[in-house]
Structure formats: structure tokens, C-alpha cells
Design a protein around this ligand. Structure first.
Ligand SMILES: *[C@@H]1O[C@H](CO)[C@@H](O)[C@H](O)[C@H]1NC(C)=O
Ligand SMILES: *[C@@H]1O[C@H](CO)[C@@H](O)[C@H](O)[C@H]1NC(C)=O
Ligand SMILES: *[C@@H]1O[C@H](CO)[C@@H](O)[C@H](O)[C@H]1NC(C)=O
Ligand SMILES: *[C@@H]1O[C@H](CO)[C@@H](O)[C@H](O)[C@H]1NC(C)=O
Ligand SMILES: *[C@@H]1O[C@H](CO)[C@@H](O)[C@H](O)[C@H]1NC(C)=O
Ligand SMILES: *[C@@H]1O[C@H](CO)[C@@H](O)[C@H](O)[C@H]1NC(C)=O
Ligand SMILES: *[C@@H]1O[C@H](CO)[C@@H](O)[C@H](O)[C@H]1NC(C)=O
Ligand SMILES: *[C@@H]1O[C@H](CO)[C@@H](O)[C@H](O)[C@H]1NC(C)=O
Ligand SMILES: *[C@@H]1O[C@H](CO)[C@@H](O)[C@H](O)[C@H]1NC(C)=O
Ligand SMILES: *[C@@H]1O[C@H](CO)[C@@H](O)[C@H](O)[C@H]1NC(C)=O
Length: 426
């Protein structure tokens, strides 16, 4: 007997399911659309011809009218003066080393307020005095081969200075810093800068990044005067001595890194008085003493790295506090331990649990790690470097995997369906 033909409803149903799923699959797999080009605004007036000639003499690739916004790679920006506009911002990126900035060209460009060099290994330039007056923002990233402290000290009207990956020849920041009285943001990173922090840094700075240099000595306690400071990065230098408790006076501080120096002594309790501190990295120093319990009262703290020091005693935090952090690291403190009835071994802090005297149990045994399986499984599959990173970024990946799975199963489904269909329609 012939099998009864399948109900005509079934194929329709399957098709409906497939095509309902299909848009979901597409959206989970698709890449972001390319940005739609914005129409360039018509030029109302043009650049001063002398400045245009100067730009052309520098062989800088710009559009015909460098004042049209957005300009080619954002390299140029003009003011709105009439009848001719003037250049106020110039960015030179990826230039060939054969380019040479002539003194005369720079002189006619002395309306510039911002001058940025990115990957321009050209010879250092003698700036005309007019330009040194007018500049308020100067950047040299991997550019100009080397910069002298005396040369920098002439840029006295700067509010923003960023130098990275360029050696600075100066016997210390005191050579140029005291001359820059209007400075707000200061980055001098990977510049092999030597010397000491100046005793008196003026007070309007909001950002200081001296990371990866050869600076030495103490943090002067006069740092307390920087009450606008939001970010202080002294990482990877040769600083030593105690962290001054006056650091707690930096009431605007949000980011602090003193990592990879030779700071010693204890973590000052005063740090916990900084109301908005969100990022604190004191790793890889020689800090001793215990971890101040007050740290757990810092409402805005998200990132806490105390790894590789000589801290001892019991980690004074509970799960509630540690879960508010996106990053917490204490590995590499051999005398530090955690109370296993307070903190789960699943945190993988990579320090020993405490014995009943509050001393590290040694060596940590395999049994320890299976002791309190009952507690939180939140950190189950964290990476193994002893740090805790919350996993918000996995959501996208999960969605993607789901999309692909649905797509694959739908295709298999469709093929099976088509085979069935072709068999019964014969
Ligand atoms: C160009 O500069 C504007 C304003 O500073 C900025 O919003 C934009 O993202 C920049 N575009 C590029 C490609 O850098
Ligand atoms: C400079 O080079 C970098 C890396 O090769 C590239 O990402 C960037 O877009 C370039 N910038 C300009 C303005 O050409
Ligand atoms: C700083 O700029 C002012 C004008 O705003 C100018 O008078 C002064 O000479 C400049 N100072 C230096 C040292 O460049
Ligand atoms: C700093 O000095 C080291 C060693 O002398 C050198 O390898 C490095 O390239 C220098 N860095 C810069 C930015 O010149
Ligand atoms: C700091 O900024 C304030 C207000 O912006 C200004 O009045 C003061 O002169 C500045 N101080 C210095 C040393 O530049
Ligand atoms: C602090 O550091 C974080 C992460 O490095 C960064 O996203 C943020 O912009 C920084 N904030 C300040 C004020 O420097
Ligand atoms: C400090 O500088 C280092 C190196 O430039 C960087 O990796 C780190 O994120 C910075 N930290 C803060 C808190 O800004
Ligand atoms: C911590 O280090 C300082 C200076 O290195 C030392 O004077 C002090 O005795 C040490 N304290 C402890 C508890 O080890
Ligand atoms: C965890 O520690 C915080 C800060 O010390 C405290 O406010 C909170 O009550 C503690 N939570 C528990 C469950 O012990
Ligand atoms: C560990 O925590 C428990 C519960 O809070 C407490 O009873 C015990 O004394 C703590 N152990 C140590 C060594 O402090």
C-alpha cells in the first residue's frame, strides 16, 4: 500500500519557521555596516593663500580646500576669520622621513594652536617664536627622533602636551615643566626621561602620565597641591620610598597607577578617602604591611591590582565587595592569605588560604580547591592569571555561536525537508 502523502501543512510550517529564524541569523552574524559618507559642507571662504602655499610646500596631502570639514584624515582645521581663514590645527601622520619643515613655512603657519606629529620620524625642528607662543596643544608620538627639554620649555602656553616613544634629552622634568604654567594634561611616556619629580608642580593639571621612563626618587608630599588631578600614572619608573599619605588629598583622582616601581612601606589608609577613585594599580612594588580594610569602603573602585608586593595577613574583603570589582589581583604576595569561610577558592586569587592563626597554609593542597564548591560559581571559568575579569564581552560571542548553530540546523533541516519533498513529489 502506498504511504499516505504528508499533510500539505507540514512543509508550509517548516518554511515559515525557517524564514522566521533567518533574519535573526543574519543579524547575529553580520558585520557593522560601513558608515554612510556625510556630505561635505560647501566652503564659504578659503584658506589664506600664504598658508595654503606653506602647506603645499610641506608636501602634506590635503584636499584642495583644507578648511572643509571634515578634512582629509582630520589633518587640518581652520578658524572662521574673513575674508581668509587661518589654520589652527595641523596633524602630520605617517610622513616620510624625507619631509622637512622649513622655518619659513612654519613661520607663516604661526596661527596654529594645535600641532600633532604621529609616526613622523623627521628631524627635530627649530620653531619660530610666533609659533611657540600660539601653540596650546602639542603632540609627538613616535616622531621627531628626539626632543630636548630646553626646546620644550619654550612652549610656555601649552595646556596639552603628549610625547610618547620619543627620547627626551633633559636632566629632569624641572627643565621644562615649571615654564608651562597653563598645562592641564601632561603625557610623557616611553621617553627615557630621567631625573626627579619637581618639588612644586603647579596646580591646574588634570592628567599626569609619566609611565615607562627612568624617573627616580620619591613622590614629593607637595603632590597634595594638585587638587584638580584626575589621573596619575607613574608606572614603570625607578621611584622608591613610601607612598606619601598626602596622596589621599588628591580629591579629584580617578585613576592611579604606581605599578612597577620600588615603592616600599605600607599602603596609606588615606587612599580610601579619595571619593572617586576607580582604578588603583600598585602592583609590582615592595609594599609591605596589611591591606587596609578601608579600601572596601571605596564606593567607586572597580579595578584593584596589588599583585607582586610583600603584603601579609588576611585579605580583608568579603564576596560582596570583590564582586563589585571588574579586576582584583593579589597574586605574588607570599605572606598574604584568604579566609576560606569568607572568600571562595573559586576566585582563584592564587594565594594560599589562611590557617586558624591567619597565616598562609603551605603548600596549598589540591583538597583546598575542592573545599567550598557550594559557594559562588560566578567566577568558574576565569582565566588563570590570578585576576578576575567580568565577562560582559562574552555575550556577543554567545549570540554569534547561537546564530551559527541555528543557521546550521536550519540548513540541515531544509536539506532533509527538500529530500523528503523530492521523494514524495515524484
Ligand atoms: C575628526 O575630528 C572630529 C572632531 O574633532 C571627530 O569627531 C572625528 O571623529 C574625527 N574623525 C577622524 C576620522 O579622526
Ligand atoms: C597611519 O598608519 C596607520 C597604521 O599603518 C594607519 O592606521 C593610519 O590610518 C594612518 N594614518 C594616516 C593619516 O594615514
Ligand atoms: C602666551 O600667549 C600670550 C597671548 O595669549 C602671549 O602674549 C604670550 O607672549 C605667550 N607667552 C609665551 C611665553 O609664549
Ligand atoms: C630608551 O633607552 C633604551 C635603552 O637605552 C632603548 O632601548 C630605547 O629604545 C630608548 N627609548 C627611546 C624611546 O628612545
Ligand atoms: C588655574 O585655573 C584657574 C581657573 O581655570 C585660573 O584662574 C588659574 O589662574 C589657573 N592657575 C594656574 C597656575 O594656571
Ligand atoms: C582611567 O583608566 C581607564 C582604563 O584605563 C580609562 O578608560 C579612563 O579613561 C581613565 N580615566 C581618566 C580620568 O584618566
Ligand atoms: C599607565 O600607563 C601604562 C603604560 O602606558 C598603561 O598600560 C596603564 O593602563 C596606565 N594606567 C592608568 C591607570 O592610566
Ligand atoms: C616595611 O618596610 C619598611 C621599609 O622598607 C620597614 O621599615 C618596615 O619595618 C616594614 N614593615 C613590616 C611590617 O615588614
Ligand atoms: C562586605 O563588606 C562591606 C564593606 O566592608 C560591608 O559594608 C558589607 O556589609 C559586607 N557584607 C557582608 C555580607 O558581610
Ligand atoms: C574566618 O572567618 C570566620 C567567619 O567570619 C571567622 O569565624 C574566623 O575567625 C576567620 N578566620 C580567621 C583566621 O580570621
Amino acid at each position: 500500500m502506498k504511504p499516505s502523502p504528508p499533510s500539505p501543512l507540514l512543509p508550509i510550517l517548516l518554511f515559515t519557521i525557517f524564514f522566521l529564524l533567518f533574519p535573526t541569523i543574519i543579524t547575529s552574524v553580520s558585520l557593522p555596516l560601513p558608515p554612510t559618507p556625510s556630505p561635505s559642507s560647501p566652503s564659504t571662504s578659503t584658506l589664506d593663500t600664504i598658508q595654503l602655499k606653506a602647506l603645499q610646500s610641506l608636501n602634506i596631502p590635503t584636499s584642495k580646500n583644507p578648511c572643509i570639514q571634515p578634512s582629509f584624515h582630520n589633518a587640518t582645521q581652520c578658524d572662521s576669520s574673513k575674508p581668509f581663514r587661518h589654520l589652527i590645527s595641523l596633524t602630520l601622520s605617517n610622513c616620510s622621513s624625507s619631509i622637512s619643515l622649513s622655518y619659513n613655512a612654519l613661520k607663516s603657519l604661526s596661527t596654529l594652536q594645535s600641532l600633532h606629529f604621529l609616526n613622523c620620524p623627521i628631524a627635530p625642528i627649530h620653531f619660530p617664536p610666533q609659533l611657540t607662543y600660539s601653540l596650546i596643544s602639542f603632540t609627538s608620538i613616535n616622531s621627531l627622533r628626539k626632543i630636548s627639554g630646553v626646546w620644550l620649555s619654550h612652549l610656555a602656553n601649552l595646556t596639552d602636551l603628549a610625547i610618547s616613544n620619543v627620547p627626551i634629552k633633559a636632566s629632569g622634568p624641572y627643565v621644562f615643566l615649571p615654564h608651562m604654567k597653563k598645562l592641564k594634561t601632561l603625557t610623557i611616556s616611553k621617553a627615557n626621561l630621567t631625573g626627579y619629580l619637581p618639588k612644586h608642580i603647579h596646580s591646574n593639571l588634570t592628567h599626569i602620565d609619566f609611565s615607562s621612563n627612568n624617573l627616580k626618587g620619591n613622590i614629593p608630599s607637595s603632590i597634595t597641591m594638585l587638587d584638580s588631578l584626575e589621573s596619575l600614572n607613574l608606572s614603570s619608573n625607578n621611584f622608591k620610598g613610601e607612598i606619601p599619605s598626602s596622596l589621599g588629598d588628591l580629591i579629584s583622582l580617578k585613576n592611579l597607577s604606581l605599578a612597577s616601581n620600588s615603592f616600599s612601606g605600607s599602603i596609606p589608609d588615606s587612599i580610601s578617602a579619595i571619593p572617586d577613585l576607580t582604578h588603583m594599580d600598585l602592583s609590582s612594588n615592595q609594599l609591605n604591611g596589611t591591606i587596609p580594610k578601608f579600601i572596601s569602603e571605596m564606593k567607586n573602585l572597580k579595578y584593584l591590582n596589588l599583585a607582586n608586593n610583600n603584603l601579609h595577613g588576611i585579605v580583608p574583603f568579603n564576596m560582596t565587595f570583590i564582586k563589585t570589582l571588574t579586576m582584583f589581583k593579589v597574586v605574588g604576595n607570599s605572606n598574604l592569605c584568604y579566609n576560606h569561610s569568607v572568600l571562595s577558592s573559586k576566585l582563584k586569587l592564587e594565594i594560599a588560604p589562611c590557617d586558624k592563626h591567619g597565616m598562609p597554609m603551605s603548600p596549598p593542597t589540591a583538597k583546598d580547591s575542592s573545599e567550598d564548591d557550594s559557594s559562588d560559581s560566578d567566577y568558574d571559568d576565569d582565566d588563570d592569571d590570578g585576576s578576575i575579569h567580568k565577562r560582559e564581552h562574552h555575550h556577543g560571542t554567545n549570540k554569534f555561536v547561537l546564530g551559527v548553530a541555528i543557521a546550521l540546523s536550519s540548513i540541515v533541516f531544509l536539506i532533509v525537508f527538500l529530500i523528503l519533498c523530492s521523494k514524495c513529489c515524484r
